[in-house]
Write a protein that binds this ligand. Structure first.
Ligand code: OOB
Length: 548
């Protein structure tokens, strides 16, 4: 067995055979999908990113030349590359170059900082880190300087834009150079990031076969064709905008991907009008902004056919406003980077589209809804969602102990979501059992942030919980027992976490100082009680919520 095989959990042979025979796994790599489009319609516009417009031939060519340049620098198939790029053309050129070479990208979010990025590099022994010079007011080259001593495996740092002391991405495009054979489609293609509920983020190993199936089938469910024009508003490396059906589903269908540089509604509306966008995907907090803007600028969205909303709970009241206000179909999407994705279907009526989060992609997505003892709940009742199937992983990367808890013995992934299923097989998300805060679609592992805060000299103990928020759905609140009555305030907490290199969205929105933390009967901190205490307090002083 190669080292790589020991690091992840492939599907058992009988399942793999079944998924191949059913035609889900096509033995096609992600790069060869792009190459097929370049062959069939070379001049078709594939990507719009700012002033750059690349057709399929160009996108494939740039990816190949970059793969050759990386290869010439000594980088080899199977090695890992941490990629932290904003929504720009290079994101896809780099991704497809790495797929071609058989290197394995880890797609860090642009919001990640030293703590997350150094961990990704260490945990995967990454050979290369690829970033932008700057984006959103942040200079990634400064991050590199802090990163290098922490990530001894890094052989190269490659920067898109002004590279400073590092290797300019632009210098790596090589023509007519040899490349190794394409990787095996049953092997790993790249890593998604888990939202996480544990001390350190988990890496999700995805194969060419399983990922390609997930977005090809998603593209079909969403009715994508060569005429589809997809607006990518969310960070391009997240599973939702990448594969549900996302940019990869659009490439598979031979359509056009239009990148927005960020979530600004003005930019999105300009792009929709200018590029005749037909489909876009949002997290729930962006929807009210779109509804307001659409009321002020009627006509801008004339080309839009489908708006997808997912990543966090989307309530029926807001959902009901989408179709009348935007003049397009709404689709709810409930998915996870580990695999399973559910969609309401294009021909579903309002009962399903407004009140459920859809049903799975595949007839071979197995879904179990169970109680705390792993026993099936009665039909329609709320329980823990477990799942396995042709594109849901069987284990995280290099996480043998955690995998024992996160998966059942027969390979079902414990999603940590509480759901109910109606008689038609549609799921409604009813809550969450995992120790996570879903801050408008951005996932925060409570334990990860708690561990950082426990290192603060004024913190004796800490527990982080979600508090409901009218705009983001949830925000995070830290309950802290200070040491020896010494007060600690939110700005100090924020500065401390920033200093430790944590992404800004993980910094608690509110701080409550307490003398004790309530306990459950088995002596664990009762986060349920903390959430109730918080809701009571916020109900008594509602204006405090936004000031916190
Ligand atoms: C998507 O992926 P992740 O990995 O960032 O987060 C997954 C978790 C789910 O387990 C669930 O807790 C929550 O995000 N979630 C939703 C939801 N969609 C995701 N909770 C309620 N309603 C929804 N519609 O977030 C993701 C991946 C692919 C497609 C869409 C979303």
């Amino acid at each position: 067995m190669s080292e790589q095989q020991l690091d992840w959990t492939p599907w058992p042979e009988d399942f793999a055979r079944r998924y191949r025979e059913a035609g889900y796994w096509q033995s096609q790599t992600l790069f060869s999908m792009l190459a097929a489009q370049a062959e069939q319609q070379p001049e078709k516009l594939a990507l719009v990113a700012g002033k750059q417009r690349l057709n399929y031939r160009e996108l494939k060519l740039y990816a190949e030349r970059l793969a050759a340049g990386l290869y010439a620098r000594g980088l080899r198939p199977g090695q890992r590359a941490v990629v932290q790029l904003p929504n720009c053309a290079e994101f896809f050129i780099v991704a497809f170059a790495l797929f071609r070479l058989g290197m394995l990208p880890v797609f860090a979010l642009p919001a990640h900082r030293r703590a997350e990025v150094s961990y990704f590099c260490q945990h995967t022994d990454a050979a290369v880190y690829i970033c932008a010079d700057q984006h959103g007011g942040f200079d990634y080259r400064a991050l590199v300087a802090e990163l290098l001593p922490l990530a001894p495996s890094l052989q190269h740092v490659i920067v898109a834009g002004d590279a400073g002391d590092y290797t300019p991405l632009n210098s790596l495009y090589l023509m007519d150079q040899p490349l190794p054979a394409e990787p095996d489609a049953s092997g790993l293609a790249f890593f998604q990031l888990s939202g996480g509920s544990t001390g350190v983020p988990k890496l999700i190993p995805r194969t060419h076969d399983d990922y390609l199936y997930s977005f090809a089938a998603s593209a079909e469910i969403c009715g994508l064709s060569r005429d589809s024009v997809y607006l990518c508003v969310l960070p391009a490396g997240h599973n939702f905008p990448m594969s549900s059906p996302g940019s990869f589903g659009v490439f598979h269908a031979g359509g056009t991907v239009v990148l927005a540089s960020g979530p600004s509604v003005d930019e999105s509306f300009e792009l929709i009008e200018a590029e005749s966008v037909t489909i876009a995907a949002l997290v729930p907090p962006l929807v009210p902004l779109w509804l307001d803007a659409a009321a002020k600028q009627p006509g801008k969205l004339a080309s839009l056919r489908l708006l997808q909303v997912g990543g966090a709970k989307f309530g029926p009241e807001l959902a009901a406003r989408v179709e009348p206000a935007l003049g397009c179909k709404l689709q709810q999407v409930f998915g996870m980077a580990e695999g399973l994705v559910n969609y309401t279907r294009l021909d579903d009526g309002p009962e399903r589209v407004l009140h459920t989060q859809g049903r799975p992609i595949s007839a071979d997505d197995e879904v179990r809804i169970v109680d705390d003892e792993d026993q099936p709940v009665a039909p329609g009742e709320v329980g823990h969602l477990l799942t396995r199937g042709p594109y849901t992983i069987r284990g995280y990367w290099r996480a043998a102990d955690h995998n024992q808890r996160a998966f059942t013995a027969d390979g079902f992934y414990r999603t940590g979501d509480l759901v109910s299923m109606n008689a038609d097989g549609y799921l409604t998300v009813e809550g969450r059992a995992k120790d996570q805060i879903n801050r408008g679609g951005e996932k925060i592992s409570a334990e990860e942030v708690e561990n950082h805060l426990l290192a603060h000299p004024l913190v004796r103990d800490v527990a982080i919980v979600a508090m409901s928020d009218p705009y983001l759905g949830e925000r995070s609140c830290a309950f802290i027992i200070p040491r020896e009555q010494q007060a600690i305030r939110l700005p100090q907490v924020a500065a401390f976490l920033r200093e430790r290199g944590l992404a800004a969205y993980k910094i608690p929105d509110r701080l409550e100082l307490v003398d004790t933390l309530p306990q459950t009967s088995v002596g664990k901190v009762s986060k349920k009680t903390l959430r109730q205490m918080l809701e009571q307090k916020l109900a008594a002083q509602p204006t405090q919520r936004s000031q916190a």
